[in-house]
Design a protein around this ligand. Structure first.
Ligand SMILES: [Zn+2]
Length: 285
């Protein structure tokens, strides 16, 4: 596979993770309630850059039988360091019209931005776009619903505008769901609220193998090691922490691989409980 793509199989289902790009976010956006010294120590011990946290965007292509499903679409043309998903799909052998289903774990711009082309049309013209009904309703509602986020106002305004505009462009192609359900053979959507009201996790299962895509229930491996560290993009932090714990406990209990959209590429790996609390992350499939 070309650089930025990694292919593996979950039973009979072919999965490919595709890098769309990345963002460099100020550390307080990613870890708003972490103690300053603890955070400094954690960042220094991993030799990560200070001040900014690199947040990759990794989409998941699922090819199950005759169906091609793309989970999340990256940020589209909005940023200079993202928007590679279309080229990566073509390198994987798929044209935009070959994508049958797009699943949005939620409607933040880094997940929905790639659904719309530069001229404002659905980027995957033959696809149905599946998302939670509560998610669509939330982003089509008023901007002040984002007031509680610990982010600059300009970031919140841009987020709301991008999400609303993408949903408007997709309005005849949306398939909202309102509960846990099967989306395609071997693919289930699981409500995972907190990060956003209609945030979804996805379970891919075939021949006894399982992959749990947790979306943005954790956006950095430090969110596993420090399960009380919140994410500044979580709309309801308490609910988000409970959801994170439920998903990771389930992954451990049921011996699943895990995918997290913002974890370092290839963004798939395994979790194991740590004696001191939280979970450790081992990348790879
Ligand atoms: Zn995200």
């Amino acid at each position: 596979m070309p650089e930025g793509s990694h292919r593996f199989t979950v039973g009979a289902i072919r999965c490919t993770v595709l890098a769309d790009g990345y963002a460099a976010n100020p550390a307080p956006w990613v870890f708003p309630n972490a103690g300053a010294q603890e955070l400094e120590r954690a960042i220094a011990s991993r030799r990560l850059p200070r001040g900014e946290v690199i947040i990759p965007y990794t989409c998941l292509l699922i090819e199950s039988g005759r169906e091609a499903v793309l989970v999340d679409t990256g940020a589209g043309a909005a940023g200079t360091t993202s928007g590679a998903i279309r080229a990566r799909l073509e390198m994987a052998g798929l044209r935009p019209r070959d994508v049958d289903t797009v699943v949005l774990t939620h409607c933040h711009p880094d997940h929905i931005g790639g659904t719309v082309s530069a001229c404002g049309r659905p980027a995957f013209p033959e696809a149905r776009y599946v998302l939670a009904e509560a998610e669509a309703e939330f982003w089509l509602g008023p901007h002040r619903a984002l007031d509680g986020l610990r982010l600059p106002d300009e970031v919140k305004r841009t987020m709301h505008r991008t999400s609303r505009d993408c949903l408007a462009a997709l309005r005849f192609h949306l398939e909202p769901i309102d509960r846990e359900c099967q989306i395609a053979p071997g693919l289930r959507a699981i409500p995972a609220p907190g990060h956003t009201p209609g945030h979804l996790a996805l379970l891919i299962e075939s021949e006894g193998q399982r992959l749990l895509n947790i979306g943005d229930a954790a956006v950095h491996p430090l969110h596993l090691e420090q399960p009380e560290w919140e994410n500044g993009f979580d709309l309801e932090a308490g609910t988000a922490l409970r959801t994170r714990r439920d998903l990771l406990d389930r992954a451990v209990r049921e011996r699943m691989h895990v995918m997290a959209f913002h974890f370092p590429f290839p963004s798939v790996g395994r979790v194991a409980p740590r004696a001191e609390g939280g979970w450790c992350w081992t990348p790879g499939w």
